[in-house]
Design a protein around this ligand. Structure first.
Ligand code: IVH
Length: 678
């Protein structure tokens, strides 16, 4: 450390006692603040106590223990998380979607308990938090390990990240020896407000926003740098324990009370019900009230209270027979159409979009919904000023379900524009198409979209390059062609709105990196009509160089396997244009790779692992496998940490659940086809 020679100072008994006293006091105030929500001292006073402890620990480094309040934030860990086997398996819950199904659950319980009468079964009702299940292991009162649920038998060691959550005690001060090894189960989540704040700042940094608080929590727990997790405002509700021998409690209620007394954070909304009938009013109560909680709750969990009965009922390989999740229906919300705008796509296609009065639904705020095309608007008769019911299809993409027709005077029916909303050129509807198009190739709105496509993940893969930056670069006239990106002045970039020196530097570095994206990616990035990822890859593999491709005759092109007349024609049209030839030359001059030099063709799915589940509609599994492989990807049969995407078809298996638990991206068949460039 530094230039001051390290002097070993002996710690006196007094110092030792002082350190212990400070730790105890800080823990006490952390519990009051983070667990009980009842702070007793000011933030400043807390900071001063912490500072005092930090100073002492710095002076006596040998005194530092992992459960000291100063030890919450670590730094970067290894490249990935290690696997942890759960002592007690982490089971999932069976679902009930109606009161009838809940009663059926009760009948199964009664049957399973044989000689117990229906009236003697108590149920414990609590909220089902929509976050990420974790297990926390305490050894003699000290938090030693935290893990995700994973496949239920084995999860990932995310101890460093969990330590940053202040409502997780690092040391449970009482009854240390009493429990020996204690497994505590709970749900890590992010409050809606923190989620909104996080997304706002991500958008400002041109980072993709999280779709909902659960994804934000899952993503934050799977970061390899715990100092970032520490900034993410995560929280926990603890709801249970792993098994214990001997089990000192008689009921689930007693377990939760004990956890509370040990300093864990429990949700206050939990109820013991004398019978299944007593559960029903809670279903009604929480149906509405769950939306006012400030965090996402997707149902209730109903558990047989007696541990003796729980033991008797046991579990299947997936679910305990003594508990069920009552799931609320996907949320719908009512809002108002403030405007209907028309977006210009990169090929000039015009898409109408409803601008909505912001409304919170299924975990995020919705302020726009695609209306697809003119026919859809006409069919649903959606007009500006209408009250509409919206729903999230697959809980991600919002759609307008229907117009709530009131007696109020409605606006006039929506008409598609005749001129491009951006460049004002007259829109055309090519005869064979149902879509209205702006056919002005120089339309700024189209160029912005082309630039967005150029930089996208499957094309040149330029990070930190979102719509807000593109908008400014094009409007200022700094970027008129793709190649202008490689000539940007870093100092100018740093002066853009919502840009700081660091983010400008990140962007410039990402642009620089994209120079070696490879020929296949570049060909796809150029946005030549009909040249998707797959055609780009085939062309790159065949020709190995942009010049050779440019010089190829149409019949040479058609000779290439899988390249049909449409692609060949489109390429011929593209390369014939002097402006395109010049642009390719400029890109090469800027150092963008236009030849295949080494092994890599630069395919979009290079090294990506896929798992398919359920049946796909438009292609067989073998076809899917072949197509993924052709783009450099691989299809495996089991979901693991190494999986990049799980593709879901109809009737998917448990793999989806597993993927979600591991925080792996789940994609639809439609998305897969997009990735395949189809
Ligand atoms: S008890 C053996 N209680 O729901 C019973 N789970 O679908 C295990 N969850 O993986 C679960 N809130 O992530 C229980 N109050 C609650 C819960 C809860 C949320 C989640 C948990 C679990 C999933 C099961």
């Amino acid at each position: 450390m530094g230039i001051v020679p390290e002097i070993s100072i002996n710690m006196s008994e007094r110092d030792k006692r002082k350190i212990e006293r400070l730790r105890k006091l800080i823990r006490h105030h952390e519990t009051l603040y983070y667990v009980q929500d009842q702070p007793a001292i000011s933030d400043r006073e807390y900071d001063l106590l912490m500072r005092e402890l930090q100073d002492l620990e710095e002076k006596f480094p040998e005194s530092v223990t992992p459960d000291s309040p100063t030890q919450r934030v670590g730094g970067k860990v290894a490249k990935r998380f290690t696997a942890v086997a759960h002592k007690t398996p982490m089971l999932s819950l069976d679902n009930a979607f109606s009161v009838d199904e809940l009663k059926e659950f009760h009948q199964r319980v009664v049957k399973g308990l044989e000689n117990v009468s229906s009236e003697d079964i108590e149920y414990f009702v609590e909220l089902k938090f929509d976050g990420l299940a974790v297990t926390l292991t305490y050894e003699n009162g000290v938090f030693i390990q935290g893990a995700t649920r994973g496949n239920g038998k084995e999860g990932e060691d995310i101890t460093a990240n969990l330590r940053t959550i202040k409502s997780i005690p690092l040391n449970i001060s009482t009854d240390k020896e009493k429990y020996g090894t204690l497994e505590v189960r709970g749900e890590v989540f992010m409050r809606r407000e923190s989620f909104r704040e996080l997304n706002k700042s991500r958008e400002a940094d041109d980072e993709a926003p999280f779709a909902n608080p659960r994804n934000a929590a899952a993503g934050s727990l799977r970061l390899l740098d715990s100092s970032i997790t520490a900034k993410r405002k995560l929280d926990i509700f603890v709801y249970g324990m792993g098994s214990m021998e001997p089990m000192p409690f008689k009921s689930h209620d007693e377990i939760q009370t004990a956890l509370k007394n040990l300093g864990f954070k429990l949700n206050t909304n939990r109820h013991v019900c004398g019978s299944i009938e007593e559960v029903l009013p809670y279903i009604e109560k929480w149906q509405m009230e769950k939306d006012t909680l400030g965090y996402d709750v997707d149902g209730l969990v109903i558990k047989v209270n007696s541990l003796e009965y729980q033991k008797k009922l046991g579990a299947t390989s997936k679910f305990p027979r003594w508990a069920v999740a009552y799931k609320y229906e996907a949320e719908k919300a009512e809002t108002e159409v403030e405007d209907i705008i028309c977006q210009v796509g990169r090929t000039g296609a015009i898409t109408p979009v409803a601008i909505l009065k912001p409304v919170y639904v299924s975990g995020s705020t919705v302020s726009r919904a695609t209306l697809h095309n003119e026919d859809e608007i006409r069919k649903k008769d959606i007009r500006i000023g209408d009250r509409v019911l919206i729903e999230k299809a697959g809980e991600i993409i919002p759609r307008v379900v229907e117009v709530i027709k009131s007696k109020a005077k409605r606006g006039t029916p929506f008409k598609m524009p005749v001129k491009c909303p951006d460049c004002q050129s007259t829109l055309l509807r090519p005869e064979e198409e149902a879509i209205l198009r702006c056919v002005n190739y120089d339309c700024p709105a189209q160029f912005k979209e082309r630039l967005f496509h150029f930089a996208s993940r499957n094309a040149m893969d330029i990070d930190h390059f979102g719509p807000a930056i593109i908008e400014q670069l094009v409007d200022k006239g700094w970027v008129k062609n793709f190649s202008d990106l490689y000539k940007l002045d870093p100092q100018n970039v740093a002066r853009l709105e919502r840009m700081a020196e660091k983010s400008a530097q990140n962007l410039i570095e990402a642009i620089e990196k994209s120079k070696s994206a490879g020929l296949a990616r570049l060909l796809h990035a150029l946005g030549i009509r009909h040249v998707g990822q797959r055609a780009a890859m085939i062309l790159a593999r065949h020709f190995h160089s942009m010049t050779k491709l440019q010089n190829a005759k149409q019949e040479d092109l058609e000779f290439v396997m899988e390249i049909g007349g449409t692609v060949a024609e489109s390429l011929a049209v593209y390369f014939k244009q002097i402006s395109n030839q010049e642009e390719i030359k400029r890109l090469a001059e800027c150092g963008v790779e236009v030849e295949i030099t080494g092994e890599s063709v630069g395919t979009a799915l290079s090294g990506k692992q896929f798992v398919l589940t359920g049946s796909l509609e438009s292609l067989t599994r073998d076809e899917a496998k072949e197509k993924i492989a052709a783009l450099g990807g691989r299809v495996t049969s089991t979901v693991s940490k190494k999986t990049d995407y799980v593709v879901v078809g109809t009737d998917p298996g448990s793999k989806v659940e597993k993927a979600k638990k591991l925080g792996i991206e789940v994609v639809t068949e439609k998305k897969l086809k997009q990735m395949l460039g189809e």
